[in-house]
Structures are given as C-alpha cells and as structure tokens.
Write a protein that binds this ligand. Structure first.
Ligand code: PMP
Length: 326
C-alpha cells in the first residue's frame, strides 16, 4: 500500500499514505486506531490539502502556472501550501496574525513563502480581509480559503478515508475526528456514508468551542488552550455538515493535557493537543460501543492525530498543566 519503499522523485509524493496505529488504552474488544499525520513531509495533516487544492486549482485553470497563492493561516495549512507551492512553481504569501507560533512562521519562510503579519487584536478576521485586499493587488493571485473551499474536504474524501478503509479492509464502525475547518471530518464522513450509512460519526472540539451549536446544542463559549480545532464563530465555517455528524464531543484542556502526556510516555506518540483531544473522544466512543450504548456496523473506531508535539515545545506542551495553560 505504501509508496515509501521505492525511490521517489519529489517530496510531494510522500504526502499521505500515513500509518494507522492502534491505541492501546481502549477496550480490548473495540480497537481504536489513529492515523498518524505527522508522517507527512510538513509534519501535519494539512500537507494533504496543500498539494490537493493547488493541483486541482491548476488543473481547472483557476490558478495560472507561476501564479500566486495567498492564504490567511495560523500555521499548518501555510506549511502544507508552502511545500506544494514551492514544488509546483507557484508563489505563496501567508497572512498570519502576530501572536501565532514563531516556529510555524519560520518554516513557511524557509519553504520560500512570504509571511505578512497582521495585528493580533484584529484576529483571524483581520488576516482574512488583508489576504483578500492583497489578492486584489495581484493579477494572478488566488485565495484557496480552507474554511469555505470544498476542495479541502475533497482531499480527505479522496485520500485520508480510502487509506483508512484499505488498511482496515472496510471494517470501520466509527469515525471520531477533531474539527478546525471540518475538512478532515466532512471528507472522511462523506466517504464513510457511501460505504456504510450506519457508520457513527463524531466531531471533536475543545470545551468552550461552538461547533455543538450546529447540532442544536447549548454551548458555553470560553477560552481553550487546545490548538488547531474549535471555533468561536460557527458562521464563518462553510464546510461543517451537521447532517453527517451524530454527536459532538467537547473535551477540556486538562483531560487533553493528561492524555498527550500519557500518549508519549505509554504509547510513544509525540502528538499535540488536537490529537490528544481526539484520542480522549475516540476512547469514549469505544467504551460506549463496548457497553452496547451505540449501534455500529463494525466494532472499530478510527481517529486522526493531526500533527506532532515538537511544533509546540516552546509553548510548554510537556510542562505541567498550569505552566502550559498559564
Ligand atoms: N489539528 C491541528 C493541529 C490543525 O492544525 C488542524 C487544522 N486547523 C486540525 C487539527 C483540524 O483539521 P481540519 O481543519 O481539517 O478540521
């Protein structure tokens, strides 16, 4: 199944076909498997949408050869797009609010992208409007806009989901995935329903995030430390499809921190907070299946670990909970 056993011509060929590994702190009879996305060349799940979106935009003629991609992004998407843009002969410009991780901004620049900072107080909204203003100034620029571009979810429908189904020979009972743009969740859920409409699908968000409102839940808005998933403005998300989702699990910072520490020490996974939150939720779903509370077509749970903890060491991810959140 993997292409990694033979010599390859380009780093873009190493995107995807990541390992699926069993998580052991779960019921014996309901295995939980995690897709390890830090095995991608830019070390996150977003490498998939970087190469997929840019190749499709070029094919469609929406992007000219040698053209420019401009994206407002706080991190992993910029790195994924920068790798793809560099190898496909495109220019990349990222608009990043100042407060976001310096490591990620350095990686984007190292990959040849231009990074433009916007004031922290203007938030992601400020970065989005600056990106669109910039696009007006170029005559060959495209803003892929991961929060509203269906190609984001298509990348996971075409790659992430089929890889999981191949590895498990179709025996997937539940899909439990964190939501930032919701591209990963929606792409995988669409694929799952085509294969088996009774598949249980759960979205994962931090406590304090508002994705639950899409399912009519009363969410209490609050701050959270978990990075990469969650929303304070559900109305800015065009990809989340409530009809594909059975439940939303809101996971707290404390439980997440405990799990990311445990995953490293007990299972050797150097994964970050969104992966740990997904792990907590996936294990909860497995326990519910084990207890007979959820009817599923197969007693198997799949989740996604989006990136690695190394990208967050400077943020104190492995320090005490108080230091991490302080
Ligand atoms: N975890 C991390 C670390 C991320 O960067 C992202 C992307 N924002 C996600 C999870 C969520 O993925 P998606 O945007 O596909 O919902």
């Amino acid at each position: 199944m993997t292409t990694h056993e033979r010599p390859l011509d380009s780093v873009l060929e190493t995107v995807g076909e990541t390992p699926l590994v069993r998580i052991h702190d779960a019921p014996e009879d309901v295995p939980v498997y995690a897709k390890l996305e830090s095995f991608n060349p830019g070390a996150s799940v977003k490498d998939r949408i970087g190469v997929y979106m840019l190749e499709r935009l070029l094919e469609r003629g929406d992007l000219e050869p040698g053209g420019t991609v401009i994206e407002p992004t706080a991190g992993n998407t910029g790195i994924g797009l920068a790798i793809a843009a560099g190898q496909l002969g495109l220019n990349a410009v990222f608009v990043v609010p100042e407060k976001f991780s310096v490591e990620k901004q350095q990686l984007m620049a190292a990959l040849g992208a231009e990074v433009i900072n916007t004031p922290t107080e203007d938030g992601m909204g400020g970065a989005i409007s600056r990106a669109h203003d910039l696009a007006e100034e170029f005559d060959d620029a495209v803003v892929p806009q991961q929060f509203s571009n269906p190609l984001n979810a298509d990348a996971h429908y075409e790659t992430t989901a089929p890889e999981v189904y191949e590895a498990l020979e179709g025996e997937v009972g539940a899909i439990v995935v964190g939501c930032g743009t919701a591209g990963t969740l929606v792409g995988m859920a669409r694929y799952a329903f085509e294969r088996e409409p009774a598949t249980y699908v759960a979205a994962v968000e931090p406590e304090g995030s508002l994705f639950g409102e899409f399912l009519g839940e009363d969410c209490e808005e609050g701050e959270y430390k978990i990075e990469g998933i969650g929303t304070h403005e559900p109305s800015t998300n065009d990809l989340f499809e409530p009809e594909l989702v059975d439940d939303v699990y809101a996971i707290g910072d404390r439980e997440t921190h405990k799990e990311l520490t445990r995953l490293a020490r007990e299972e050797g996974h150097l994964v970050a907070s969104s992966a740990a939150a997904a792990s907590v939720a996936a294990k909860r779903v497995a326990r519910r299946i084990d207890a007979g509370e959820l009817a599923v077509p197969h007693e198997t749970v799949v989740t996604v670990f989006p990136d690695s903890s190394e990208r967050y060491l400077s943020k104190g991810i492995y320090r005490s909970f108080e230091e991490w959140t302080g």
